[in-house]
Design a protein around this ligand. Structure first.
Ligand code: URP
Ligand code: ZN
Ligand code: ZN
Length: 459
């Protein structure tokens, strides 16, 4: 059915206008004033509301075997939580480990999402080793529309690659025109520091941060940048957490390295004191890179506002209380990660735009448009334009609420952002023209999401 959205304030990067949007066959076909509603058109009145392009989360984990357990969401639960929070597309990390076959892993990850996700999705393909069949397999995966890779410099002997494997991945990515995303922490230093701390009897969650200090992340970021510099590949640092690592990335950028930066929601709003809470409360806030000293938040907000931080993702990776308690005897065994997929847009709008830390342009750019451009989805996604997919978020800026695990849709028994205020939420969310969410409730079609095929563009 056709859809007409009347009288909203349409917000895209660089423009705000009062307009109607007409949607047919999954795409936006007209933008203008006082558009007609032909018979059988569903009309939504957006008076007094903002209309954003569907938001894109460039970094999520849905299916994830990790640290002797599995992240809690499925594509059914994760996509509904995403949509309720205004995210209409997510890019999932496809993460077979070093002992898995890459192609089998890729098929497995696809099978978990196909027909299950209610929003559109794509994958970053993790390269967790580089053996003789890797190049041919990655070429096949890119030809299938997955035009971005992921490497982990951390997680030694599991996801982690060594420098030789990083070089081979970047060199191939350059030839294929594929952007490489990277988790930048020095695996050797993390392993050594973990051993040292545990040997000293320092086993609580408060020791997770000291086991992977800022310098360890800055080293990883700097090394990744140096490898990009020497392969001429394009890179994207994921979940950057601190000022030191930011300096390493921006220093490289200043000398012409093609490096982009993502930070994630927790690092803007939470600090290491959350992981220092006693017992399981601390464990709930263990992630990597860890939550940092509070002064880093100002540096991240400034870099986000000014543009050096390109995107804000979530690194959504829920583990419940029982799973977190796997690390009760040693922080080394606490599954790393927290959820965020449902809260990113509302918390960024509230604590960024409403609190004056972020202008509207950068908000839309960092939460949608920039990811679409970097990852080959633009202008199909990430903007409101004639011909773009009708992924739209009609946003109610008058809504007031609190983040809480008692009302969220993520499959997890806690929220890392429990009790934080939100001043705004999506009132209607569409995916390719179909209304999927109304006022915090999923009202749409499960399994509607499609895998988005992307072309390489980073030659
Ligand atoms: O703690 C985190 N970040 N968990 C998910 C895996 C990763 O490193 O992204
Ligand atoms: Zn990571
Ligand atoms: Zn991640």
């Amino acid at each position: 059915m056709a859809l007409l959205i009347r009288n909203g304030e349409v917000v895209t990067v660089g423009a705000r206008l009062q307009a109607d949007l007409y949607v047919e066959n999954e795409t936006i076909t007209r933008i203008g004033k006082d558009l007609d509603a032909p018979p059988n058109t569903e009309v939504i009145d957006a008076t007094g509301k903002l209309v954003f392009p569907g938001f894109i989360d460039p970094h999520v984990h849905i299916y994830l075997p990790f640290m002797a357990t599995f992240a809690k969401d499925t594509h059914e639960t994760g996509s509904i939580a995403a949509l309720i929070g205004g995210t209409t597309t997510y890019i999932e990390m496809c993460c077979p480990n070093r002992n898995d076959d890459a192609l089998e892993g890729y098929q497995l990850w696809k099978s978990k999402a196909e027909g299950k996700s209610a929003c559109d999705y794509a994958f970053h393909m993790s390269v967790t080793k580089f053996v003789k069949e890797t190049e041919a397999q990655l070429r096949q995966i890119v030809a299938d529309g997955t035009a971005s890779f992921k490497i982990f410099l951390a997680y030694k002997n599991f996801f982690g690659v060594d420098d030789g494997e990083m070089y081979q991945t970047l060199e191939l990515a350059k030839r294929l025109g594929v952007i490489v995303t990277a988790h930048c922490e020095n695996a050797e230093l993390v392993a050594r520091l973990q051993q040292k701390l545990v040997a000293e009897g320092k086993t609580g969650p408060e020791w997770h941060e000291p086991s992977r200090p800022e310098s360890v992340e800055a080293e990883g970021t700097g090394r990744f940048a140096t490898f990009l510099e020497n392969t001429a590949a394009t890179g994207y640092v994921v979940h950057l957490s601190c000022e030191k690592a930011l300096h390493a990335a921006l220093g490289a950028k200043a000398r012409g390295v093609k490096i982009h930066v993502e930070s994630v929601l927790p690092h803007f709003l939470l600090d290491k004191s959350y992981a220092e809470r006693p017992g399981v409360e601390g464990m709930k806030h263990v992630m990597s890179p860890p939550l940092r000293a509070k002064h880093n938040q100002a540096a991240l907000w400034n870099a986000l506002a000014g543009g050096p931080i390109d995107t804000v993702g979530t690194d959504h990776c829920p583990f419940d209380t029982e799973q977190k308690l796997m690390g009760k005897d040693s922080f080394v065994n606490i599954p790393n990660g927290i959820p965020g997929i449902e809260d990113r847009v509302n918390l960024l709008y509230t604590h960024g735009v409403k609190r004056g830390r972020l202008d509207m342009d950068r908000f839309v750019d960092a939460a949608s448009t920039r990811a679409a451009k970097l990852f080959g989805l633009y202008p199909r996604k990430g903007t409101i334009a004639e011909g773009s997919d009708a992924d739209l978020v009609i946003y109610d800026t008058n809504y007031r609420g609190l983040v809480s695990a008692t009302s969220h849709h993520v499959n997890n028994d806690y929220s890392g952002f429990e009790g934080m205020p939100i001043e705004g939420r999506p009132s209607v969310v569409t995916v390719r023209g179909k209304v999927q969410v109304r006022d915090g409730k999923f009202v749409g079609e499960r399994g509607r999401g499609r895998m988005l095929k992307r072309e390489p563009s980073h030659f």
